[in-house]
Design a binder for this molecule. Structure first.
Ligand SMILES: Cc1cc2nc3c(=O)[nH]c(=O)nc-3n(C[C@H](O)[C@H](O)[C@H](O)COP(=O)(O)O)c2cc1C
Length: 314
């Protein structure tokens, strides 16, 4: 809200996404949803403590009789600008109310998730080799091997003669590729990838829940919270656009038609090579599928582990 904006009719309350911590000896307040952080007086904590429900500026003045109305109005405007205080109906209030699925896991999981989610807002222009050389000058990199000295060792048989067949060959030849050919992925190839990675392959019986679908990757408690969205640019037989994969019917649902190559690069932290790929597979999670069953925040890790499984199966 602009600082000069009229306060009549505006309802405010404290943000539900605040953490306080000390940094260099000073108390800091950070909104982990918006990323805004500021140095705060310890007096702010009991004041925000009172702003637990929607109130007009007059209502806030009545709550804090020890402060003058003018200083309260000025402070509220600052707190709104720094996103520590919400305005009812504002975009930040709407974003916060969309976080209700996170409530089950307390503050820690959503703090980690939201405070660490932002990526580069512009293409990276630093020279990778120079950057790493500068890092090395500051401090040598940690060793890439861990060793236990003076322990009994077991020499393993040489596996080389066994590393034949399709699976070992696929595993041994896996690499990250950042350059793509001019050809297009076919709908048949896409169908195989989807079926073998995100498709339902079978059903298992789960105590108390009955039949649950399973996939080629494991999932904690067979909750399968991951969804996959396809950002298609060059797929033969498929118009460019964003699609959602339905694993039960093995079909795609078109969410947005049109060319999206540049948005794809932006989505990946402005890595421009991404816009040359035929199709980008974007995984999201339906949090409630996990929080419904696992009420503790450690389960958040399971979602990240699962995304790794799917990435490798793919
Ligand atoms: C979780 C994860 C995130 C990654 N993010 C990026 C990325 O943003 N950009 C990129 O070019 N490569 C990324 N990579 C690929 C790594 O750079 C790559 O795995 C590494 O250079 C080793 O090469 P290899 O995959 O061919 O073995 C990522 C890999 C993983 C596992």
């Amino acid at each position: 809200m602009p600082l000069g904006m009229k306060s009549r009719g505006i309802l405010v309350k404290r943000s539900n996404c605040l953490v306080f911590f000390f940094h260099d000896g000073a108390l800091h307040c950070k909104n982990y949803l918006t990323g805004k952080e500021f140095e705060a007086s310890p007096l702010l904590v009991p004041i925000l403590g009172k702003l637990d429900g929607w109130r007009g500026f007059r209502g806030v003045e009545r709550l804090l009789p020890e402060y003058s109305p003018a200083s309260i109005r000025q402070s509220l405007r600052r707190l709104i600008a720094s996103t520590a205080v919400l305005v009812r109906g504002g975009s930040q209030a709407k974003r916060e109310s969309a976080l209700s699925a996170w409530q089950t896991w307390g503050v820690e999981a959503r703090f980690f998730h939201l405070a660490t989610k932002n990526t580069h807002t512009a293409p990276i222009t630093v020279d990778e080799a120079r950057f790493n050389r500068a890092l090395k000058r500051r401090e040598p990199p940690p060793p890439s091997l861990k060793r236990y000295f003076a322990r009994a060792r077991v020499h393993l048989p040489d596996p080389t003669s066994q590393l034949h067949g399709q699976l070992p060959e696929v595993l041994l030849s896996r690499r990250t590729h950042r350059h793509f050919g001019a050809g297009r992925v076919s709908l048949e190839q896409l169908s195989i990838l989807l079926r073998l990675t995100w498709g339902f392959t079978n059903h298992i019986h789960w105590p108390g829940l009955g039949s649950l679908p399973v996939k080629t990757s494991p999932s904690g408690g067979a909750r399968h919270s991951l969804e996959v969205y396809l950002w298609c640019s060059h797929v033969k037989g498929l118009s460019p656009g964003i699609y959602h994969y339905r694993p039960d019917r093995h079909e795609l649902e078109l969410l947005k038609a049109g060319r999206i190559a540049e948005q794809m690069a932006r989505l990946c932290g402005h890595q421009e090579w991404v816009q040359d790929c035929s199709v980008l597979f974007v995984m999201t999670t339906v949090l409630a599928r996990v929080t419904w069953r696992y009420r503790f925040s450690r389960a958040y890790r399971v979602i990240l582990l699962e995304a790794g499984h799917f990435g490798q199966t793919f």
